[in-house]
Design a protein around this ligand. Sequence first.
Ligand code: FRU
Length: 494
Amino acid sequence: MICKKVSLSAIWILLLSTNILAQSDSIPVQDMQWQTFNTYKDVDYNQTLRPQFHFSSLKNWINDPNGMVYYNGEYHLYFQHNPVGIKWGNMTWGHAVSADMVHWKQLPHAILPYGKSTIFSGSAVVDEQNVLGKQVGKTKTIVAIYTAWGNGQSGAYSTDKGRSFLLLNNGGPIVKPTGINKGERDPSIFWHEASKKWIMVLWIKRAAKEGSAADKMGKVRIFTSHNLTDWTMASDFDREWVYECMNLIELPVDGNKKNKKWVVFDAGFHYEIGDFDGKTLTTDSIKLQGDFGKNYYAAQTFNNSPDGRKVLIGWMNGSNGAHEKEGMPFSGQFSFPSKLDLKNTKEGIRLFRWPIKEIEALYTKSYQFKNLHLDKATEKLAPIKAALIDFSIEFEPTDSIKLTLRGLEMSYNKSLGAFAYNSVMIPAPIRENGKVSLRVLIDRSSIELFANEGASVASFFGVPKADELGMSISGNGNTKITSLVVHELKSVWQ
Ligand code: FRU
């Protein structure tokens, strides 16, 4: 964190004495009134709706994950944060670190509002080649590029492993505003090995009258850079569906590293699959849906992942201030990190999503049953009680069935070939092996459903019944359940 020049001489002296400013020509202009993190120590992780294996801020509002990047044993999760309130506002980059993407430690807010700008969404990379020329010693520089609201895309860099940031270009834009409805935002940057360039994808509003229907629409503008500061426009990817927080990622198809495809997705997790040559993105123009639930938004993946996995975290939005209404000290939570894969299916190549294997470290008790009829399965489940649950079922869909987990009801509808939760359909056509499957993660205020091994995913805000720790299956007693697995989880905050 860095501070405003005016009237904060004590902090200046402190920063100079710790040599934070001395190493840089940037003028620190961030406003320390937003550095409220020292008040967060009064809060713990044990409230009724506090997620126990999902990230939430100790205090106050969060929305989009930002700047997700791995460096030197740490996954960094920055996020849209109101440092002084439980509603959206005063956008600041909050910060947390983790060694496994599951156990998080929240740290002081990383990038504070400055000048006339609050700090909107963006991304971060590790400057491996020191193209910025800011590296101190052996520690690589972490570079964050974000929307300085109302003033284009700006950047900041950290020479202390992502803890504190200095402003690039004095906080001024490195990509100037287009002047179209002040709309463009959420730069997502990554290294493109084939062209040896940095790439930025940016959501741009169309020129439309503010407030009109077309005002919501946008397109994706692609820029390239050799030094992270000078950006040249390369092309536009023009689609009516794109809205905010664009991402462009490359994934092998069926694990084949010689056959890779690119996935472009927006905040609502609509996506298309195609090819990217370092300048232009070409797709088959088939718009697909990455999450069917009511509460999934603005997801992004980690840059610089140590094992090549593309791990996605989204904001579980749209809960209507439910945490705040229930008197929680925080508002908002993130999805459980999940790995993305592209797989060939009968319909073509599709995105699959699956909770990361690190969840296994949270299992306290596990129960596994194979090949039993539904009536027997219910009997087996009857004695199992768990507050935090990772539940999986695979069955032959000869009939519709209903599952009740901690009072939350979901069903499989045979004629629709879909699961349903909270009136939302989650497609699950019969697989080649004649079965369908569902995995469900239940925390204190969320439920995430992964159908057919992650072919369809749906994320929801949801509160299990406080006095109900059981689970049951109902339907035709003869329905064949080929696999039933229940894991009870422990809290990551213990
Ligand atoms: C998406 C979004 C972004 C913006 C941020 C502001 O939720 O609207 O487009 O950068 O939130 O908090």
